[in-house]
Design a protein around this ligand. Structure first.
Ligand SMILES: [Fe+2]
Length: 214
């Protein structure tokens, strides 16, 4: 006989929508930055404050739920893949960090990195990013630039802790040293990057010509 297992939502639905809006704002700013549109700069600080407040709320929400297991189907997909992927990886990273017993400040640093890890995709031609067929070597290299773009944008735009922007930069490194951008391996890869990388694999990916997480 099959027993139905009901698992709780990871985070409150309203909070998820708030996260979606906050990350979307950062993505829009990153896009404008990539086009050298300096007008965006005035509201950059506000968008970062939104992300910080959101992280604090997500940590409180997760702590109050005392969840010890999750249903990955709960990581809902919104229409905007880049934004929803960042939100999903962010929520899952908070959950894993909490399960590991990270301090609140470390959770916040990890969570902000995870919520913003892929904003650098806004720098890449959407035709390449959304290409349905197999990518050429050149296109592949271009897509792989996104972690460096995310790092550069976040580091230059926000007054943020080193572990957050390094967590972003190295989120595609692999334990065996075959990742990018530096080919780091093992414990040389920051903890935040390793957590983000695991969450990257566990969450729904945008439909592209690439296989595996991006
Ligand atoms: Fe990525």
């Amino acid at each position: 006989m099959t027993r139905m297992l009901l698992l709780p939502h990871i985070v409150d639905d309203e909070l998820r929508v708030e996260a979606f809006k906050a990350v979307k704002k950062v993505c829009i700013h990153a896009y404008r930055y990539s086009k050298n549109d300096k007008q965006y700069a005035a509201s950059v600080d506000k968008s970062y404050q939104n992300i910080k407040q959101l992280s604090a709320k997500l940590i409180l929400d997760l702590k109050s739920r005392k969840i010890d297991r999750i249903n990955l189907i709960d990581l809902k997909i919104f229409e905007d893949y880049i934004v929803s992927h960042n939100v999903n990886v962010g929520v899952l990273s908070f959950f894993i960090g909490l399960s590991m017993g990270l301090s609140t400040i470390e959770l916040q640093r990890l969570g902000i990195a995870a919520l913003l890890h892929d904003v650098g995709k806004m720098f890449i031609d959407p035709k390449v990013l959304n290409k349905a067929g197999k990518l050429t070597d050149e296109e592949h290299k271009l897509v792989n630039m996104h972690s460096s773009y995310s790092y550069r944008y976040i580091k230059e735009s926000y007054h943020i802790h080193t572990s957050t922007y390094l967590g972003i930069l190295y989120h595609h490194e692999k334990i065996v040293g075959t990742g990018y951008p530096k080919g780091k391996s093992g414990n040389d890869i920051p903890l935040h990057s390793r957590i983000i990388s695991i969450c990257d694999v566990l969450t729904p990916q945008p439909p592209t010509g690439l296989t595996g997480p991006l």
